[in-house]
Design a protein around this ligand. Structure first.
Ligand code: F6R
Length: 274
């Protein structure tokens, strides 16, 4: 009961995304919004509808995009909306959060390939508007600088979409005593390597390094949503909404931002509801 009351002070539960005012900075205090759905499917549809509303409000929207299992349902709903309702991606620009080091964009485990198969090739986005950090750049420092400059040139990210790691990582910003603000190379933790092994044939095949936006690149976005589903995310979700900020739970830094909404299913929300 006490926990619930104290959490209520840190966030605002919304019944659906229609309640949220997209892009309007009006709160003046940091307060995470959160929407709890009964299932993964419902969560995915609600998140997709939030993204679609933002896209309709600003047809040339700049999106930050995640990969992983969690956003697949949301991408499926966006594809359905494009095919059946004409949701128009022709002016949209995208910046993906991260990429494995050592994998070319056409490798079937690369994040670029994931985005092609789950979203890009099914909607009318222009290839020249798709931006990715290269996993095979010879000069990774220059590559990170190029990416940050490209984000600035595009006018900044309007809506960043995030997943969250079991350990609380956002992008590939792994828990640490210090975090990089801007895009950088990162060594993946054992827990992330194990969690991502499900996509590879052998554990040894999982790349040990990635190139990722930094927490500053993420927090500079005007609006942020985070999707989390399943019991194994409940600690990370709780740690990201508890009112305490720590680089050991990178998701907790989102509490420093003014426009953040968590889309959760009941399992991922289990600890904040306790
Ligand atoms: C992926 C990314 C990661 C994932 C996170 C959750 O681009 O940035 O932070 O969002 O690892 O992954 P899933 O959704 O597979 O549990």
């Amino acid at each position: 009961m006490v926990k619930k009351a104290s959490l209520a002070a840190k966030g605002r539960e919304c019944q659906d995304a229609g309640e949220l005012q997209i892009g309007i900075k009006n709160k003046g205090v940091s307060a995470l919004n959160f929407i709890i759905s009964n299932s993964y499917a419902e969560m995915s549809v609600k998140a997709a509808h939030f993204v679609a509303a933002a896209l309709k409000a600003k047809p040339d929207i700049v999106l930050g995009l995640p990969t992983g299992s969690t956003p697949i349902g949301m991408y499926q709903e966006l594809v359905r909306m494009h095919k059946e309702e004409g949701l128009d991606f022709s002016q949209v620009s995208t910046f993906n959060l991260d990429e494995y080091r050592g994998l070319k964009g056409d490798h079937n485990q690369s994040y670029r390939y994931f985005m092609e198969t789950n979203l890009f090739r099914h909607v009318n986005i222009k290839p020249e508007n798709i931006n990715f950090l290269s996993g095979v750049a010879k000069d990774p420092v220059a590559e990170c600088k190029r990416y940050e400059e490209a984000i600035i040139k595009a006018g900044g990210i309007d809506l960043m979409i995030l997943g969250i790691g079991i350990n609380g990582h956002i992008g590939f910003n792994e828990p640490a005593s210090k975090l990089e603000a801007n895009s950088h190379i990162v060594k993946l933790t054992e827990s992330t390597i194990k969690a991502n092994a499900r996509f590879f044939e052998h554990l040894e095949d999982v790349p040990r390094e990635a190139i990722t936006m930094g927490v500053g690149s993420i927090l500079r976005s005007r609006n942020i949503i985070l999707l989390a589903s399943g019991t194994n995310k409940k600690e990370a979700v709780y740690g990201s909404m508890s009112g305490l900020v720590t680089t050991e739970i990178p998701g907790s830094l989102l509490q420093l931002h003014n426009e953040v909404t968590f889309f959760l299913d009941t399992e991922a929300a289990a600890k904040i509801k306790e």
